[in-house]
Ligand binder design. Structure first.
Ligand SMILES: Cc1cc2nc3c(=O)[nH]c(=O)nc-3n(C[C@H](O)[C@H](O)[C@H](O)COP(=O)(O)OP(=O)(O)OC[C@H]3O[C@@H](n4cnc5c(N)ncnc54)[C@H](O)[C@@H]3O)c2cc1C
Length: 429
């Protein structure tokens, strides 16, 4: 190792010192006892960000171990473009090695099988036990197969896919769309809110429609939504479907899927008539990732995890901080990658403050922007800022802070890609 720090390292150290000062954490890093360890479970939008920022905010005094089963990070945001055909999986994949090289984080390719909150240790699927001072849990979502009869076996047979975690299944769904003859029907069912990424299904409908318009113009995209209306950017999406994809996209609200028959290619609904399709993309209800449920942390209806929003500490277990989609959302708080990244920074600052014995920031803020691609290059966005309201112990959207696009544009398409590249760099390099 070089004795003399490189210019880049000096700049990083200077900017870290300025950040620590701004956060009131400057004096706190040195008060953190040696060999303090934070174990981060899940290397997605919440976990990877928390791992990196705990190192930054503690001036590298806290040892951070990140456990993640996947070899690389594959982004759900922009994964709908793989379905539309304008991007490949490689375009949305980032390796984890930057976290080790730049921040000294130990990345363990494994899955946490069990958490013992009383002993403050986690057991990996491969056997080893890791002790921690604090545990950060950001396991994302799991699909509730029981919500739609027949779906789990149809999924296991590869007949009905979800692709609601980006990766090989995204490519497999694209292959189904490619194999479909012109004149076929792609059926996308959406569960009741809350689910991962409110605008995600409507963006997906646009992407598939854009592919059909170019390659299979007699084909249809049928959106069957359990909700009473489009849950995000509704007027914008509806205008895009009417203006850009007339005769291709059809939207039907109040369609709650309850069963599938994969061989017949049909979906059953709670109230409405059965629907048949050629490619079925059935999204069942969702809940916090299994490890959160198994560890007894899903104390909101057995689905999501209540947290203290000042620190993101679980209300069910001390020294376990839950982030991202797994959290029982505050009002108007979307289950999004940007929001998980924002959670992670608030939690990282609170964890470093707690471990260093200094006060936690009493007035944290969060922000969110969700960009949706309506074709290969044009985008619409929705943005919001959220402040902690101490009297109600929750986050609320700051009135007048956000906004939505007036219309899709290619300029916003550039913003959308820059958002993706920037947040991947923020999390992983
Ligand atoms: C199609 C689609 C489009 C989307 N578009 C956008 C968008 O444009 N903008 C946006 O902000 N958000 C978007 N989202 C939402 C975004 O992907 C999620 O909100 C975000 O990934 C949540 O972050 P997370 O950390 O909670 O979960 P994830 O990012 O899913 O990370 C969870 C990680 O935990 C790991 N894990 C799970 N269990 C264990 C275990 N037991 N041990 C170890 N590791 C474990 C998983 O392997 C995974 O890597 C989209 C989602 C989809 C599906």
């Amino acid at each position: 190792m070089d004795a003399k720090p490189a210019r880049r390292e000096l700049l990083v150290a200077a900017s870290a010192a300025a950040t620590l000062g701004a956060l009131g954490l400057a004096g706190c890093a040195t008060a953190i006892p040696a060999r303090t360890r934070v174990l981060v479970v899940g290397g997605g939008y919440g976990g990877a960000t928390a791992a990196k920022y705990i190192r930054l905010f503690s001036a590298n005094r806290i040892e951070v171990v990140l456990v993640e089963p996947e070899a690389s990070f594959v982004s759900c945001p922009t994964s709908n473009l793989v379905l539309g055909g304008s991007k490949q999986l490689a375009d949305i994949t980032t390796p984890y090695d930057g976290l080790t090289r730049h921040h000294g984080i130990q990345v363990v390719k494994d899955r946490v099988a069990a958490i013992d909150a009383a002993k403050k240790q986690a057991t990996l699927a491969s056997g080893p036990v890791i002790g921690y001072d604090k545990l950060v849990l950001s396991p994302g979502i799991d699909l509730m197969w029981g919500g739609v009869t027949g779906l789990q076996s149809a999924h296991a047979e590869g007949r009905i896919l979800q692709a609601w975690k980006a990766g090989p299944e995204t490519v497999a769904l694209r292959r189904q769309l490619e194999a479909m003859a012109d004149g076929g029907v792609y059926v996308l069912t959406i569960p009741e809110s809350p689910y991962r990424c409110p605008p995600g299904p409507y963006e997906r409908a646009c992407q598939v429609a854009s592919y059909f318009k170019a390659a299979k113009p007699r084909s249809k995209v049928l959106i069957l939504d359990a909700n009473p209306d489009v849950t995000s950017k509704g007027p914008l999406f509806k205008k895009v479907w009417a203006d850009e994809y007339p005769g291709i996209v059809e939207y039907r609200p109040q369609h709650k899927a309850v069963a599938v028959d994969a061989r017949a290619g049909s979906v059953k609904f709670e109230v409405q008539e059965d629907v048949k399709g050629t490619v079925l993309n059935v999204l069942p209800p969702m809940r916090a990732g299994a490890i959160a449920v198994d560890a007894g942390l899903a104390n909101a209806n057995g689905r999501w995890c209540h947290v203290d929003f000042l620190t993101f500490e679980s209300t069910a277990a001390k020294d376990i901080h839950v982030l991202g989609d797994a959290v029982q959302s505050a009002p108007a708080m979307p289950k999004s990658g940007h929001m998980a990244n924002s959670h992670a920074k608030v939690a990282a600052a609170a964890i470093v403050a707690q471990l260093g014995g200094t006060p936690v920031n009493p007035a944290p803020m969060l922000n969110n922007t969700c960009y949706s691609f309506v074709d290969a290059s044009r985008v619409i966005h929705v943005a919001s800022v959220h402040e902690y309201v101490a009297a109600e112990k929750t986050f609320k959207a700051v009135p007048g802070s956000g906004g939505v696009s007036s219309a899709p544009s290619a300029l916003e398409g550039q913003y959308g890609w820059n958002w993706a590249r920037t947040i991947w760099a923020d999390m992983l390099t």
